[in-house]
Design a protein around this ligand. Structure first.
Ligand SMILES: [Zn+2]
Ligand SMILES: [Zn+2]
Length: 407
């Protein structure tokens, strides 16, 4: 039933190419098979055995290198058959795109998947916990607030071993709920980019929320929130300009994906690496306390994020684009390719024209989306009640708020 084969397969193809070296040279003592199984979890019959159930990997990992250092991966050219999509036109004036981006995506390589699973194991990433501060720094999050909730309780995560987390081992919440009423539109109006929609994901399903107590994920994180419609009416700079200095990231929404889901920064309500700690659904998203369905990463069902070409996935609140995991050559980008805000400048396709512009990129490693804002005008949300800058866990309780310690 798991539908995460496609990005996993692409990731593991790369893993085949570079995984061995990465596994053996990083000195990681965490053997893939050494995952301490949670007693409660195995009793549910949903053991996250590393070699058998590639449950959803919200951020599947073409680079098997569990570090964020400039380990450019010369051999990481994903699928040789994949054609970079040079015309990654985001179609800004396009109306809701139920069939989001029909661009070629990472080619599934099931054969390699089996080999990779059996011999190499799966990719791991350093948990980003603690890489957050009050100034801009590459690979970190420059956060407007360093006050996070504290909590206590269940910290069992079978996919976390030592300082690393293993996306392919991660337990996903159950359910494949369809949202036929989902809608989003991106229009240019009066020199602004206007985003309208109801916040529900267009083009993919979600998990069942709130989590059923019978969901194995519930045992790990009894996530109490449900998905609800939002009122999105956002006006962003159409052609943003760079600010003199970077600006800090708010918690909560930092951008809007082309699917209509919201993009959150990498932190959960406790200030931890959300992708590493939080239980997400099969598509790589989940709701927060006000029902906003959101991603923290290159979510599995966010097709544009995994397209082997320079592809727009979202607009940040400063109007700059958030592009996918790959450059126009199909090479996966890492933090080393990007600045402290997780972006860079080169010629891009923007509203159908080629311009030279700053923009952000998704990466498979923390901080996944943005590290800070580079734009001169960061738009505050005007959506919904209390829509402002309160983030995930900004209220009385957040995801994981009643579970798990600060780190
Ligand atoms: Zn979240
Ligand atoms: Zn780029």
């Amino acid at each position: 039933m798991r539908k995460a084969w496609l990005p996993i397969a692409a990731g593991l193809l790369a893993a085949v190419l570079i995984g061995c070296a990465a596994e053996t040279t990083t000195g990681t003592t965490a053997a893939p098979t050494g995952v301490p199984e949670s007693p409660t979890q195995s009793s549910s019959g949903q053991s996250a055995a590393p070699t058998e159930t590639p449950t959803l990997a919200p951020t599947d990992a073409p680079t098997a290198v569990p570090t964020e250092i400039p380990t450019e991966t010369p051999t990481a050219t994903p699928a040789p058959t994949a054609t970079p999509a040079p015309t990654a036109t985001p179609a800004p004036t396009a109306t809701p795109a139920p069939t989001a981006t029909p661009v070629p995506t990472a080619t599934p390589v099931p054969v390699v998947l089996a080999v990779a699973d059996a011999i190499i194991g799966d990719p791991a990433y350093l948990i980003g916990d603690g890489n957050v501060g009050s100034s801009a720094k590459n690979g970190w999050i420059y956060s407007c607030s360093l006050e996070f909730m504290s909590g206590g309780g269940n910290t069992t995560r079978t996919w976390i071993v030592g300082d690393f987390w293993y996306p392919a081992r991660k337990l996903a919440s159950l359910g494949e709920v369809e949202w036929p009423s989902a809608q989003v539109s991106f229009k240019i109006s009066n020199g602004r980019r206007v985003i309208s929609g109801n916040g529900l994901p267009v083009g993919h399903t979600t998990g069942t929320y709130p989590l059923a107590s019978s969901d194995p994920a519930y045992l790990i994180d009894p996530f109490p929130f449900e998905i609800s419609e939002q009122v999105l009416e956002i006006s962003l700079p159409l052609n943003p300009t760079l600010a003199a200095t970077p600006e800090c990231l708010n918690s909560g929404t930092i951008g809007y994906a082309l699917t209509g889901a919201q993009v959150f920064n990498a932190l959960d309500g406790l200030g931890r690496d959300a992708a590493a700690w939080e239980v997400l659904d099969l598509c790589g998203g989940h709701p927060e306390e006000r029902g906003k369905y959101h991603y923290h990463t290159a979510a599995a069902c966010q097709t544009a994020a995994h397209t082997l070409g320079h592809t727009l996935t979202a607009y940040a609140l400063d109007g700059f684009g958030l592009f996918g995991l790959y450059d126009s050559q199909g090479q996966e980008l890492t933090n080393a390719d990007l600045d402290e805000c997780h972006g860079h400048t080169h010629d891009i396709v923007w509203d159908g024209a080629e311009i030279n512009s700053y923009h952000y990129h998704l990466t498979n490693a923390y901080p996944y989306t943005l590290g800070c804002y580079r734009g001169s005008e960061v738009v505050e949300q005007m959506s919904g009640m209390g829509g402002g800058m309160m983030g995930e866990g900004g209220g009385m309780m957040g995801p994981g708020g009643q579970m798990g310690p600060p780190r």
